[in-house]
Ligand binder design. Structure first.
Ligand code: ZN
Length: 201
């Protein structure tokens, strides 16, 4: 709180300062930028923030982010619905889609199994995934959880249920450095990992 600033300015600085990666100096700089910007520009930013909270929900099929009942990928008829790529979070879909190598649909788990972080299997959309496979028509489940301990553990946990079902289970592996996350992998490495996916034993 800086007494030299007005109350609203201090409030804006405080709110910016809550954002990840924004220190107090940057928060101040952003607040002053907004103060100087014309009213229309500032309003556009406020509206964009509002819209993200008001309009974005979850796709009822894959749990990806969307503004309708189903996301663009699930509504796309050119996608092979028999191939389901399982990811931890919607951001991973964006990254995988950037490779241009994906003709499948997705299933977003909503995280990974991590009891120490308070995330148990029931907190994820694992049952919904198993239901999809039980309903039939699924040929392959591509596990694209992060290639780190939690992601590997989650993939193996899910595949233990799929083993008794008539579906092939593969894992993105080749070239993906162990311990990394999909979100930060390079496009070339991801594309290789997609084409070189291997069956999970
Ligand atoms: Zn969807």
């Amino acid at each position: 709180m800086n007494n030299a600033y007005t109350e609203s300015l201090n409030r804006l600085i405080e709110e910016f300062g809550r954002l990840p990666g924004i220190g107090s100096k940057t928060a101040e700089r952003l607040a002053f930028y907004i103060l100087k910007a014309d009213a229309a520009e500032a309003k556009k930013l406020a509206e964009a923030i509002n819209d993200v909270k008001d309009k974005i929900g979850r796709c009822e099929i894959c749990f990806n982010l969307c503004e309708q009942q189903t996301c663009r990928i699930c509504s796309d008829n050119s996608r092979d619905k028999g191939l389901i790529c399982v990811v931890e979070q919607p951001r991973d879909i964006i990254k995988l889609e950037q490779t241009g190598a994906c003709k499948w649909v997705y299933h977003v788990l909503g995280g990974h199994i991590a009891p120490l972080e308070g995330c148990e299997p029931d907190d994820l959309t694992i049952n919904e995934l198993l239901d999809k496979v039980r309903a039939g028509g699924v040929k392959e489940i591509i596990m694209a959880t992060n290639p780190n301990m939690a992601g590997d553990g989650t993939a193996f946990y899910i595949s233990s249920f799929l083993r008794s079902m008539p579906v092939k289970v593969t894992r993105l592996a080749r070239g993906l450095p162990s311990g990394t996350t999909i979100e930060y992998a390079s496009g070339k490495i991801l594309a290789d990992a997609i084409s070189g996916r291997q069956e999970l034993e």
